[in-house]
Write a protein of this length. Sequence first.
Length: 299
Amino acid sequence: MNSNVLKNEDITENIIAFKLTKSYKENMTETELYDITRGCWGVNLERAQSVDYAFSVYKDTIKEVYKIEEWLPAEKLQRTTLPDAEVPEGTYGFKGKIAEKEIRDKYKGKSVKNLCKPGQYNFKYLPLPSSQNHVPNKDEIINKEKSVINQVIEEVQKIEEEITSLNIDEESKKAIVNVRINQGKFRDLLLKRYKNKCCLCGVKNPKFLIASHIKPWAESETKEKSDVNNGFLMCPNHDKLFDKGYITFDDDGKIIISDRLTENNRVFLNVDSKMHIELTLTEGNKKYLKFHRENIFNR
């Protein structure tokens, strides 16, 4: 077996492989190769956000490996070497950098011919499903998503039953909710979506990250309480500021800071006007943020 040809078991990271065709030229600059690899693609945004690395593939060979930092609508990519390139509606691209040496050395120059059949893909998620001959169909994907949603709904109902049975004040109930939420599936979904880091400042230690509802638990219907779009993953500082209405966000994810937060507190709590949510907001995020801006934010 040719050791230069990757097998499914060789892929130990979450990767998306992009097939380059006519856009690829020998002796391209580093920036030119980066620009043609990162966009524009008709990916499913939520699926793509679970990926950590991207392969730039030409004639089955991995020409470069990139660490993905965030996904953006294609029109916001600002590909410097392709300023006049057509941007198909509804497509996305990634912002990133060349992968760290260990990952790059592991994959660059290797062949994907056993994983990505010629003519059958523009991009492909790797590793493949456990059986290379089986790719989940639309119904299987939908059923899996429903199963996870049902698990979150069950957790929500159990939390509701628990706090209803206790004769305690609202702050105590809120504390119990926060503990339970951060032990369950809702937090797991947010950890996956935001790649185990604060969606605002990038703190990466999962022990410090908090699953925070955008529209507060007490104000939300059961479906809203279990909706991952009604959540952000934040470090303790930013979670508390968001929860108390000292910060919120516009529909582009740019931070809005309350006038009630003093300059001194902004410095010590790591808040400034240039900050923004790292991932592109979903339509669901925007709906819940509208509520937050109108009802929670301290103007």
